[in-house]
Design a protein around this ligand. Structure first.
Ligand code: NAD
Length: 516
C-alpha cells in the first residue's frame, strides 16, 4: 500500500528499511516476517502515524489468519531443528543475533525514533540493551540443565528443562524493540520458536529484528516470525492456534486478562506483564536533590509511557511543599520536543488515543479539586507542530481514592500524595490493585529495608529508580501480572520440567504382575 509521499519521516524510513525489508515502497515493505520473507497481509488496512507531527507515515495490510498459519508452520519446523542442535551451537547463534543488532544499532534506533516517537537518546540506549539481552542468554544456553534428585529407590532420577515448542508473544507500543528482545532472547535460549505480534502502531523495529534473526548464522529459518497486524484479527488467531504452547503478553491489564482466558481455554499457560501504578516514596531524611532527580526520571522518562513509571509520588508531609515546588521548577526545564533531536528528553505521546486518555484523566482530577503544580496540556511552543505533545505535569492535592491516584495514566503525569508516618506510606503504596514496581528515598538503612519488604511490588529500588537489567528477574505482583521475564527466572518460565526415572538395580524389586 502507498507510503505518504510528502512526509520526510516516511522517506527516511523507506531508505532505512530497504536494508532489511524488501518491497516496492514503504507500505509494501511493512508485512509479516516469516522465514526470511515479507508476507503481505490478507486483512484490512492499518495506518502508521508519526507521533511527532501527526502525519501518516504509511498504510499496510493486517496479517490475518493465513499469514498466522504460515508463521506457525515455519515455527514448528524450525523449532525441531533448533532443539536438535547442541546447546553450545544455540548459544553461538544467539550471540550472532546480538552482533547483528550491534552492527545495525544506528539504523534500529533511528527507525524506532521516527516511527514510535521515542527520543533518539533513549532508543540508542535501548538498542544497546537488546544486543546485551541476546549476549546474556547466549551464555545461558549451555548452562541450563536439570538436577539429580536423591530419590529413596534404586532409580537414578533427573530433571530436564525442556522447551514448550512454539511461543506466541504479544507486545505493546511503548518500548517495541526493547520488549521484543526482552522476550525473544530467553524464549530462544530455552529452545522454543517464537511468533511475535508487536503493537500494530509500532511494528517496524520488531520486523527488522525478526529479519536479523533470520540472517543470524546458525539460527534456523522461521524460528522467529514477526506478525504485522492488529490484536483481535492477528494476535487472537495466533493465541488460539493449535500449535501454540505458551502465550507471553506484555500490555494492559484489561487485554491481558482476556488473553490469559483465551489461552486457558486451550489449556495453554501464559505469562502476563501488565501495567502499574508504582509508588515512589520520599522520606524527609532523604537526600532531596537526588530524590527530586529520581522522581523526574521515574515519571517523565519516556513521556511517562513506561510500565514501571513512578506515577505516585508519596512525600512525607514535612518536605511535601518543598518537593512539589522544586519538582515543578525542574519540570518546566526538561527539554521536550522533536524525538530526533539528541537534546530532547521528552518526546511526543505515542498515539492520539493515549493523548486523549491523559488529557481526560488530568481534567477529571482538576474537576474533583486537584491542583496543577506544573504542566497540563501541550506546551505553547509545540502547538503548531501537529505532534502529540503533553507537558510534564504535576497534580497535587489529590484524594488517595481519586481515579488519577489509582489508575494508570501512562503519560507524563505525576500525582503527589502526602503522608506522615512510615506505616501510612506503606499503606498508601499498597492501596492499589497493581504491584509492578516502587521505590523509597531515605538515609535510614533500616527503614529502607523495612519498606522494601513491605511494599507489594515485583521490583523495588532504594535511593534509585527505573534501573532494570536482563540479568535480574522482572515481573508483577497482583494486577501487574504473573510469571517472570529476564534473568534465570525467565528460563524457568520458558521451559517445562521433565522428571526422568532410570532403574539402576541389578535385580529390580518386582512390584506388580508377572514376567509371563
Ligand atoms: P494493549 O493491552 O492495548 O495492547 C498490547 C498488545 O495486545 C498489542 O500488540 C495489541 O495489538 C494486542 N491486543 C489487543 N487486543 C488483543 C486481542 N484481543 N487478542 C490478542 N492481542 C490483542 O496495551 P498498549 O496500549 O499497547 O500498551 C500499554 C500498556 O502496556 C500499559 O498498560 C502498560 O503499562 C503496559 N506495559 C507493561 C509492561 C510490563 O512489562 N509490565 C511493559 C510495557 C507496557
Amino acid at each position: 500500500m502507498a507510503a505518504h509521499p510528502q512526509s520526510e519521516a516516511a522517506a527516511r524510513l523507506d531508505t532505512l528499511l530497504a536494508e532489511f525489508l524488501p518491497g516496492r515502497d514503504l507500505g509494501d515493505r511493512i508485512g509479516s516476517v516469516v522465514a526470511g520473507e515479507v508476507l503481505t497481509g490478507g486483512g484490512g488496512p492499518l495506518d502508521l502515524v508519526n507521533p511527532a507531527d501527526g502525519r501518516l507515515i504509511a498504510s499496510y495490510r493486517d496479517a490475518g489468519e493465513a499469514v498466522v498459519g504460515a508463521a506457525m508452520e515455519a515455527a514448528r519446523d524450525a523449532q525441531r531443528i533448533w532443539w536438535g542442535m547442541t546447546a553450545a551451537a544455540r548459544g553461538r547463534a544467539l550471540w550472532a543475533v546480538g552482533q547483528l543488532v550491534r552492527r545495525h544499532a544506528a539504523a534500529l534506533a533511528e527507525i524506532e525514533t521516527l516511527s514510535a516517537g521515542k527520543p533518539i537518546r533513549d532508543t540508542r540506549g535501548e538498542v544497546a540493551k537488546v544486543a546485551e539481552m541476546f549476549e546474556y542468554y547466549a551464555g545461558w544456553c549451555d548452562k541450563l540443565h536439570g538436577e539429580v534428585i536423591p530419590v529413596p529407590t534404586s532409580h537414578l532420577n533427573y530433571t530436564r528443562h525442556e522447551p514448550f515448542g512454539t511461543v506466541v508473544q504479544i507486545t505493546p507500543w511503548n518500548a517495541p524493540l526493547f520488549t521484543a528482545g526482552w522476550q525473544i532472547a530467553p524464549a530462544l535460549c530455552a529452545g522454543n520458536a517464537v511468533v511475535l505480534k508487536p503493537s500494530e502502531l509500532t511494528p517496524l523495529t520488531s520486523l527488522v529484528l525478526g529479519m536479523l534473526c533470520d540472517r543470524a548464522e546458525g539460527l534456523p529459518r522461521g524460528l522467529v516470525s514477526v506478525l504485522a497486524g492488529a490484536g483481535p484479527t492477528t494476535g487472537a488467531p495466533a493465541i488460539g492456534h493449535p500449535d501454540t504452547r505458551l502465550v507471553v503478553f506484555v500490555g494492559s491489564a484489561q487485554v491481558g486478562a482476556e488473553i490469559a482466558a483465551a489461552a486457558a481455554r486451550n489449556v495453554v499457560p501464559s505469562v502476563l506483564e501488565l501495567g502499574g501504578k508504582s509508588a515512589n516514596i520520599v522520606f524527609a531524611d532523604a537526600d532531596l536533590g537526588r530524590a527530586i532527580l529520581g522522581a523526574q526520571a521515574a515519571i517523565f522518562g519516556g513521556a511517562g509511557q513506561s510500565c514501571v513509571a513512578g506515577s505516585r509520588l508519596l512525600v512525607q508531609r514535612a518536605v511535601h511543599a518543598e518537593v512539589v515546588e522544586r519538582l515543578a521548577r525542574a519540570a518546566a526545564l526538561i527539554p521536550i520536543g522533536a524525538p530526533t533531536d539528541p537534546e530532547t528528553q521528552i518526546g511526543p505521546v505515542n498515539n492520539r488515543r493515549q493523548l486523549d486518555t491523559i488529557a481526560r484523566m488530568v481534567a477529571a482530577a482538576q474537576d474533583s479539586g486537584a491542583r496543577l503544580a506544573a504542566g497540563g496540556g501541550c506546551p505553547e511552543a509545540l502547538r503548531d507542530t501537529g505532534g502529540l505533545y503533553y507537558a510534564p505535569t504535576i497534580v497535587d492535592g489529590v484524594a488517595p481514592d481519586a481515579s488519577i491516584a489509582r489508575e494508570e495514566v501512562f503519560g507524563p503525569v505525576l500525582t503527589v500524595l502526602p503522608f506522615e508516618t512510615e506505616e501510612e506510606a506503606v499503606a498508601l503504596a499498597n492501596a492499589t490493585p497493581y504491584g509492578l514496581a516502587g521505590a523509597v528515598w531515605t538515609s535510614d538503612v533500616g527503614r529502607a529495608h523495612r519498606v522494601a519488604g513491605a511494599v507489594r511490588a515485583g521490583t523495588f529500588w532504594v535511593n534509585s529508580y527505573k534501573t532494570i537489567n536482563v540479568a535480574s528477574p522482572f515481573g508483577g505482583f497482583g494486577r501487574s501480572g504473573f510469571g517472570r521475564s529476564s534473568g534465570r527466572e525467565a528460563l524457568m518460565a520458558y521451559t517445562q520440567t521433565k522428571s526422568v526415572w532410570v532403574e539402576t538395580a541389578a535385580q529390580p524389586a518386582v512390584a506388580f504382575g508377572y514376567v509371563g
